[in-house]
Design a protein around this ligand. Structure first.
Ligand code: MTE
Length: 320
């Protein structure tokens, strides 16, 4: 997915640590506010991978999900140092450092379009919708690598149910923050900013689709899409849009960042499909980060039992 390298972040734009720390305290407050709904089934210390790099992060209490895979989890250091986040850098090793001082407090997510209840959420009010779960999902990227990540979030359908989409709502469009002052990548036309993504309503309502606030039991590291992102585990990773500020319910297929950039390579559906090659490479195998040998890629990233019925009768070569 590489296009070109953006300029480095100037030191004048580094946010003081106190601001960064305030956001962490804010998240703590939000979690406590939602506390009634959060019966912790196990504590963070029971997770298999310690989060040594995250001393500034806040612990999130969440219940274990029935949707988990029991595959070996990718180490925290890989999940947080090997990232696709083009607003910061097209270099996968760039976002960890460049996102260090990204401001996520205050943060608002505006929800509008074809809904009965237009709403602007701050993180606190978003967290009030929480029925937080730990979800251990595979994330599979088009470039042929995958990870197994213990996300923390809640079903996106919790939000949909609150805003009450009208019968005109057929799709959901997500938009990432536009802020070239903080996102060095947005100062170059690497993509048509801001990054947007979309789902069909049934996909958005599907219980696997997660509004995500954390990983490994802690608030999301900035490079992984703080403070809130979507995770859609049966689709290629680029559908899992980061740092969302806007959600619109719309009547027709919304424009998406990668489809606009190279429509013959990235379709709207982007379901993980080993039978449909990317025009420049095969999608039949993948390398799990941390492993040497490649493994076969599974249809719908292994979530076929749960999601295949949504695509019955569709030609998945045409709707790639
Ligand atoms: N969201 C935004 N706003 N900008 C991006 O560049 N990259 C996507 C997706 N979401 C991206 C984004 C791609 S290509 C992938 S593979 C995943 O985020 C990577 O998520 P991770 O860095 O947490 O592994």
């Amino acid at each position: 997915m590489l296009i070109k390298k953006p300029a480095d972040i100037p030191s004048s734009e580094i946010t003081p640590k106190s601001v960064y720390m305030n956001r962490r305290q804010f998240i703590t407050g939000a979690t406590v506010a939602a506390g009634g709904a959060l019966a912790a089934a196990y504590t963070v210390s029971e997770l298999t991978e310690p989060s040594t790099a995250a001393e500034a992060n806040t612990k999130l209490s969440a219940v274990k999900s029935k949707y988990d895979t029991d595959e070996k989890q990718t180490p925290y250091k890989d999940i947080t140092n090997y990232n696709n986040f083009y607003e910061f850098s097209t270099d996968k090793y760039g976002p960890a450092e460049l996102a260090r001082n990204f401001r996520t407090n205050p943060w608002q997510v505006k929800v509008g379009g074809a809904v009965g209840q237009k709403k602007t959420y701050d993180l606190d009010s978003l967290m009030k919708l929480a029925t937080l779960e730990d979800r251990i999902y595979r994330l599979r990227c088009v470039e042929g690598w995958s990870m197994v990540i213990p996300w923390v979030g809640f079903p996106f359908s919790n939000l949909i149910n609150q805003v009450q989409p009208t019968s005109k709502a057929k799709y959901v469009m997500f938009t990432t923050l536009w802020d070239p002052g903080q996102f060095p990548g947005q100062r170059a036309q690497v993509l048509d900013w801001p990054y947007t993504e979309g789902l069909r309503m049934d996909e958005a309502m599907h219980p696997l689709t997660l509004l995500t606030f954390g990983l490994y039991g802690e608030t999301l590291p900035n490079q992984d899409g703080a403070p809130v992102r979507i995770v859609v585990p049966w689709k290629y990773g680029f559908k899992s849009i980061k740092s969302i500020v806007k959600i619109d319910f719309v009547g027709s297929e919304p424009p998406t960042a990668w489809n606009k950039a190279t429509p013959n390579e990235y379709g709207f559906y982007s379901n993980v499909n080993p039978n449909v090659d990317h025009p420049r490479w095969s999608q039949a195998t993948e390398r799990r980060i941390g492993e040497f040998l490649k493994r076969k890629t599974l249809m719908f990233n292994g979530y076929g039992d749960q999601v295949a019925s949504m695509y019955n009768g569709m030609d998945l070569k045409k709707y790639y």
